[in-house]
Write a protein that binds this ligand. Structure first.
Ligand code: PBG
Length: 328
């Protein structure tokens, strides 16, 4: 053939492919979500094979290992004892609670590690919702927005006092970013960042995570606050609102099934964009790999590359530590 243009030339050798590669994963892209509990033992999580619920000591060790591999940040998810849960989740603002103690332990051991906290009520809520639940006259559940935001502010201040670098509201209440910024600034925490779960969808992919924390809603679902999977423009709207209210980083969640959203959010803001490869995405890869159907390592790295290529500057992933090791 007389073909002056042959794109395959740019794929001919590993060296040329390395030169023309547009997106490269590095351990610095990853944020490791870590589960913790009050026990002194480290327990495998039944609903999330390959993931552990750590004691404080185990958590510090795990975070240290991830950090040593180049992972800059962890985000903390506590499993709260049933007897500490309540309708308004008061335990979420307890300065001696599990999360503040974990923050202090992590910052003492690894001052350079970025410690991110999840700001939401569900692990603390006896109703398993991200907000305060009220039953209306007809018996329908309502999630109270403004009351919840007040509690989230107390929770974020508690995390800031303990030394968190970034607070990350995952609740999807309206107005929480502005309220959190005002509360943090008012208490002298101007330097604490807010990573907002801006476009968080009401997703079945969170199922295994809720098992891990025993935080599933006791009744109803999260569709009155988390977004409808059919919507894309609404993600832009949520992102722009959070940017205007003072978010430092915006997030799309889940990641893999929402690559178009990551891409559109990337184009609508100059803020850094995070994406969360959630528990269900992780387990689809892990279970297929365990069955011998796919090469788990290759598929995981490809899925993460796809998320980065779509426009994510950082990725929350249960693969963070393992993938950092693979990339070495
Ligand atoms: C709740 C929260 C959820 C996840 C992170 N924070 C679950 C939910 O919204 O029900 C899901 C993470 C995952 O599935 O890996 N505030």
């Amino acid at each position: 053939m007389n073909l002056p243009i042959r794109p395959r030339r740019n794929r001919r050798t590993p060296a040329i492919r390395a030169l023309v590669r547009e997106n490269v994963l590095t351990p610095a892209d990853f944020i490791l979500p870590v589960f913790l509990h009050e026990d002194a033992t480290d327990t495998p999580i039944a609903s999330m094979p390959g993931v552990t619920r750590w004691s404080l000591e185990g958590l510090v060790k795990e975070a240290g290992e991830a950090h040593a591999l180049g992972v800059p940040a962890v985000v903390l998810f506590p499993k709260i004892e049933e007897n500490l849960k309540s309708a308004r989740g008061e335990e979420s603002a307890n300065d001696d609670g599990l999360v503040p103690r974990a923050i202090r332990a992590l910052k003492a051991a690894y001052p350079a590690l970025c410690v991110i906290t999840d700001v939401a009520l569900d692990p603390y809520s006896s109703d398993g919702h991200d907000g305060v639940v009220e039953r209306d006259a007809r018996g329908e559940l309502r999630i109270l927005n403004d009351e919840t935001v007040e509690i989230l502010c107390r929770q974020a201040l508690c995390h800031a006092r303990a030394g968190a670098d970034i607070v990350s509201p995952s609740d999807m209440m309206d107005g929480r970013i502005g309220a959190l910024r005002t509360a943090l600034d008012g208490a002298g925490f101007q330097d604490i960042s807010i990573m907002s779960y801006s476009a968080k969808y009401a997703s079945a992919f969170y199922g295994p995570f809720r098992g891990a924390l025993e935080s599933a809603p006791k009744e109803g679902d999260k569709k009155t606050y988390q977004m409808d999977p059919g919507n894309a423009r609404e993600a832009i709207r949520e992102t722009l609102i959070d940017e205007a209210e003072g978010a430092d980083i915006v997030m799309v969640k889940p990641a893999g099934p929402y690559l178009d959203i990551i891409s559109r959010v990337r184009d609508c803001t100059q803020l850094p964009v995070a994406a969360y490869q959630v528990s269900g995405e992780y387990l689809m890869i892990e279970s297929a790999a365990a069955a011998g159907w796919v090469d788990g390592r290759a598929v995981a790295l490809e899925a993460l590359t796809g998320i980065k290529r779509a426009g994510a500057d950082m990725i929350l992933t249960y693969y963070a530590k393992r993938a950092a090791g693979w990339l070495r």
